[in-house]
Design a protein around this ligand. Structure first.
Ligand code: PMP
Length: 398
């Protein structure tokens, strides 16, 4: 067709490309560390017990599948808002918070980006260098110019905090700053509480618009600890955007459950914000799907199921921590010349391992171990059965 004849092939998604190559590999010892998914110690994506139990309750009800409200299930939005900002927070108690169910964390970011383009069309967006690879594309597709602030420092394997702070102090007022609330993807390098204090101070005093992306709440130091940054930003006042996702924390990837949360200055302002946010949703997909939201709302609002969820999430967090510890201690034995202690300091599912593109290539070609060219590995893809093979292979390419 003349419509399509000149269309160019879009570049392949680099991470999906890794999985394709992994799937085609015949080596039974192959390991895919390129993924962005939590696997249990058997190498399986878990189906949480709390989710099974919530689904049993929902099946019993045999409820008709009507449309949800534009902003999603009310019980879900309420529960998510309490989780994200804190049920006892001023922003929730004063009804200054706005929460809309979204199609995963990605959908929440897209809603926030489209909404911000209407509110602040001339602002530019700043993301960390590096960041989750979809951040740039999402905000660019909403019409923003996207810049990067310094973040990862390859020399120290930590955060270039001076560079980051300087960028915050010099970017134009009104700029939109995208920050990872915890468990930075792809590096695993997070800010300390003291560094967050300085970031909040810079963002607030310079009139920047903070947008916190929280895709891994509970994977760092716990649900409460990981959510602290959101609460501290909300307490500092001013407009605040928070996208959150339950893809990982409930292992509900394909159900697409997340939310966009916004803090406003008054209840009256919040209701105007929600009315306009609903127009963005209405013209995108009308209203969100119901199943995932029902599951999460049921778990969060049922004390036994909520406890079960917190325990299961803690189990995932602890297992990742154990894999980090094992990774470092085993490499100490096999490759004593190199120090990997930074892997223990990192948080969440990912680690910038420090492996070079060439080393990643050797791991793939000689050992059928797949990682991202940047050296990013998914620590949650390591388990008690594959870790020794992975360590031997890494030691052999160092
Ligand atoms: N933000 C970050 C930092 C992510 O890593 C991801 C995906 N893993 C998302 C947002 C998107 O989450 P979801 O899969 O729920 O769309």
């Amino acid at each position: 067709s003349p419509l399509f004849s000149a269309i160019e092939m879009a570049p392949r998604d680099p991470i999906l490309g890794i999985t394709e190559a992994y799937n085609a590999d015949q080596n039974p010892a192959k390991v895919n560390l390129g993924v962005g998914v939590y696997y249990d110690d058997n190498g399986k994506v878990p189906l949480l017990e709390c989710v099974k139990k919530a689904e049993a309750i929902l099946i019993e009800k045999y409820a008709p599948r009507t449309y949800l409200p534009i902003e999603g299930l009310a019980a879900y939005d309420r529960a998510v808002q309490d989780l994200v900002f804190g049920a006892d927070s001023a922003v929730v108690k004063e009804k200054r918070a706005v929460t809309a169910q979204a199609i995963g964390g990605t959908g929440a970011l897209k809603l926030g980006a489209d909404f911000l383009k209407r509110l602040a069309p001339d602002s530019e967006v700043w993301i960390s260098d590096p960041s989750w690879e979809n951040h740039r594309a999402l905000f660019e597709s909403a019409g923003f110019k996207v810049n990067a602030y310094p973040y990862y420092d390859a020399a120290t394997r930590g955060v270039n905090f001076a560079g980051m702070l300087n960028a915050l102090q010099t970017m134009p007022a009104g700029s939109i700053v995208l920050l990872h609330a915890c468990c930075h993807n792809p590096t695993g390098a997070d800010l300390t509480n003291e560094q967050w204090t300085q970031v909040i101070e810079a963002v607030t005093s310079r009139g920047l618009i903070p947008f916190l992306d929280m895709a891994y709440q509970g994977f760092g130091d716990g649900i409460e600890a990981d959510g602290q940054v959101v609460r501290r930003f909300a307490e500092a006042g001013g407009a605040l955007f928070v996208s959150n996702s339950f893809s990982k924390s409930f292992s509900l990837y394909g159900e697409r459950v997340g939310a966009l949360n916004i803090a406003a200055s008054s209840a009256e302002e919040a209701s105007r914000v929600m009315s306009q946010l609903k127009r963005v949703i209405r013209t995108n997909y009308s209203n969100p799907p119901s199943h995932g939201g029902q599951v999460v709302a049921t778990v969060l609002a049922t004390p036994e199921l909520r406890q079960l969820w917190e325990d299961e999430l803690a189990g995932m967090r602890v297992r990742i921590r154990e894999m980090r510890n094992a990774f470092v201690s085993k490499l100490k034995t096999k490759a004593p010349a190199q120090n990997f202690d930074f892997v223990i300091q990192q948080r969440g599912m990912f680690s910038y391992s420090g492996l070079s593109k060439e080393q990643v290539g050797q791991l793939r070609d000689k050992h059928s171990i797949y990682a991202v060219d940047t050296g990013r590995i998914c620590v949650a893809a390591l388990n008690s059965k594959n870790i020794d093979g992975v360590i031997d292979a890494i030691a052999s390419v160092l």
